[in-house]
Design a protein around this ligand. Sequence first.
Ligand SMILES: NC(=O)c1ccc[n+]([C@@H]2O[C@H](COP(=O)([O-])OP(=O)(O)OC[C@H]3O[C@@H](n4cnc5c(N)ncnc54)[C@H](OP(=O)(O)O)[C@@H]3O)[C@@H](O)[C@H]2O)c1
Length: 277
Amino acid sequence: MGTLDGKVIIITGGGTGLGRSMALCLAAEGADIVVAARRKEPLEETARGIRKLGRKALVVPTDVTDPTQCNALIEKTLAEMGKIDVLINNAGIVRGERRVPLWEITDESWHTGIDVNLSSVFYCSRAVSKYFADKKSGKIINVASGEGFRGQRDSYMYNTAKAGVVNLTRVMAMSLAEYNIRVNCIVPGFVDTFEYQPEEYQQAMAQLRATGGTRRLFIPIGHTGKPDDIGYLALFLCSDASDYVTATPFICDGGGLTGGFATTGYAPVVSLKEALA
Ligand SMILES: NC(=O)c1ccc[n+]([C@@H]2O[C@H](COP(=O)([O-])OP(=O)(O)OC[C@H]3O[C@@H](n4cnc5c(N)ncnc54)[C@H](OP(=O)(O)O)[C@@H]3O)[C@@H](O)[C@H]2O)c1
């Protein structure tokens, strides 16, 4: 308890899902939290939870695909909270990509998918980097995805952007190490944040659970992750306990990348039983 006392942490996408879970987990350990995303109401709800834990919360409505707004997020945080210790680049569009053949992807959807999931990490990191370099300390934690290590059927932007997040993490870590800045990324597997997703996803998830599909398909541990699983990993990465760690993707996926059947978009068509017969 109190591991993060006095630290100021920015979390993009902090109004829902993993972002909210990280916000509450880190606040419970003593951090003051700044949450940023487009919708104000979910951010305010997270902020209420943080304040209930006795910590300071600042809500900064931000579209992370706009570099000017990312710069403003950093400036506003410094003006109101006095400092920044950690930036967590968590915002992303998780299940919003329409699966269409390559030849049907518009320039607009390509740019949206890459901007929200990859350029946003660059914009926010760039905005805080000079401040961190000047004070010779700071941590950046990016949220990638197991999909960044896989191909997945018709998932062009998400999988490509998340692979970019993994390598942007490495490049930043190498470039900023001399300024005592640590850069790591969290690689979640299938974490159940469906309460924030459209109805059709909630139904698909319920069906998958009912048929034991999560174990059969790609999660050796046998169940999906909980948002708090990611929150506790973020706690380690925000704390001084991780000071000797940089450039590292931390996989938290119930064994999915190592031993599971990949979410390629083919597994439900050819069942494991048939494949091994
Ligand atoms: N859940 C999983 O299974 C899983 C697995 C692997 C990786 N991840 C990654 O984990 C991160 C969080 O996902 P989640 O599951 O917690 O989903 P989520 O609840 O949908 O959270 C995504 C957040 O990103 C914000 N966001 C989206 N576009 C934005 C924009 N242009 N500007 C600012 N904020 C934006 C959303 O808020 P607004 O709509 O209000 O802007 C939302 O709060 C994502 O990067 C995702 O790719 C999740």
